[in-house]
Design a protein around this ligand. Structure first.
Ligand code: IPE
Ligand code: IPE
Ligand code: MG
Length: 247
C-alpha cells in the first residue's frame, strides 16, 4: 500500500477568497462579505488552536489588493484595525502568538502601531502561531531576501557562490516557521495569487468552491481529511517511502 501521510498538517495556509461574491449573492455591499469573513476567521483560529495546529497563515490583503476601489481598501483597513483592537487580548489569553508578514510600512501609522503592539503582547505565547499576511506578496518576499543578500555581497561579507536556498529562505518573512503543509483556497479560483511562492514548493493544495464566509470547522476537517490521504513524495518514489517506513 502507498505510504499515506496520516499526520495532521503542522502549518495550514489559507487564501480566504469569496467574500465579495458572498455579499453579492445576498444583494449586499462587498464590505458585508468582508465583515462576515471575519466571523469565519474567528471560528477557524479557534478551531486550529483546539486542534493544536502549529501555524495558521491567513492571506488578509495582497500587495495587489491596493488596485481595488479606494473605498473598499479603506474599509478593509478599518476592519483590520477593529479586529486587532477586539481580538489581541483574546488571542493572548488563549496562548496564540500573532505574527504579521508583509510590507506594513504602507499602512497608516496607527495601524502599524497596533500591529507592532499586538505582536509584542503575544510574542512569548507558545500555542498556535497566527500568521497574517497583510500587504504581502510572495514575489516581494523573495525579492527582499535577495536584496539583503546582494547588499552583503556588495559589502564583501558574502560571495555569490555562498548564496544557497537555505540562505534565501532564512531571509524570508517566514524564516522561523516551517513551510506550509496544506494550502487551502476558498471561493473556487484555482491559483496562488502571489501568496507564499517560495514556501509552497512542496505544499499540498486544496481548492474548494465554498465562499470564505461559509467556511467553517466542518469545511476545515474536509480539507485536513483530504491532506491525510496525500502521499508526499518530495521527489522520491512510492517504493522508497515504503522502504524507509520499514527501516
Ligand atoms: C477575499 O475576498 C478577501 C480579500 C481579498 C480582502 P474577495 O474580496 O476577493 O471576494 P471575491 O473574490 O470578490 O468574491
Ligand atoms: C487573494 O485574493 C488575496 C486575498 C485573499 C487577500 P484575490 O481575490 O485578491 O485574488 P485574485 O485577484 O482573484 O487572484
Ligand atoms: Mg477574490
Amino acid at each position: 500500500m502507498a505510504d499515506k501521510n496520516q499526520l495532521t498538517p503542522k502549518h495550514i495556509a489559507i487564501i480566504m477568497d469569496g467574500n465579495g461574491r458572498w455579499a453579492k449573492q445576498r444583494h449586499q455591499p462587498r464590505f458585508m462579505g468582508h465583515r462576515a469573513g471575519v466571523k469565519s476567521v474567528e471560528k477557524i483560529v479557534k478551531y486550529c488552536f483546539e486542534k493544536q495546529i502549529f501555524v495558521l497563515s491567513l492571506f488578509a490583503f495582497s500587495s495587489e489588493n491596493w488596485r481595488r476601489p479606494t473605498k473598499e481598501v479603506s474599509l478593509l483597513m478599518e476592519l483590520f484595525a477593529l479586529v486587532l483592537k477586539q481580538q489581541v487580548k483574546h488571542l493572548d489569553k488563549n496562548n496564540v502568538r500573532l505574527k504579521v508578514i508583509g510590507d506594513i510600512s504602507k499602512f497608516s501609522s496607527s495601524l502599524q502601531k497596533q500591529i507592532t503592539d499586538g505582536q509584542n503582547t503575544t510574542k512569548n505565547n507558545t500555542g498556535l502561531t497566527l500568521n497574517i499576511a497583510a500587504n504581502y506578496g510572495g514575489q516581494w518576499d523573495i525579492t527582499r531576501s535577495v536584496q539583503n543578500l546582494a547588499s552583503k555581497v556588495k559589502l564583501g561579507e558574502l560571495i555569490p557562490e555562498q548564496i544557497t536556498e537555505d540562505l534565501i529562505s532564512s531571509g524570508l518573512t517566514t524564516a522561523e516557521l516551517p513551510d506550509p503543509d496544506l494550502f487551502i483556497r476558498t471561493g473556487g479560483e484555482q491559483r496562488v495569487s502571489n501568496f507564499m511562492l517560495w514556501q509552497m514548493a512542496y505544499t499540498e493544495f486544496y481548492f474548494t468552491d465554498t465562499l470564505w464566509p461559509d467556511f467553517d470547522e466542518e469545511s476545515l476537517d474536509l480539507a485536513i481529511e483530504s491532506f491525510t490521504h496525500r502521499e508526499r513524495r518530495f521527489g522520491k518514489t512510492s517504493e522508497q517511502l515504503e522502504d524507509s517506513k520499514n527501516d
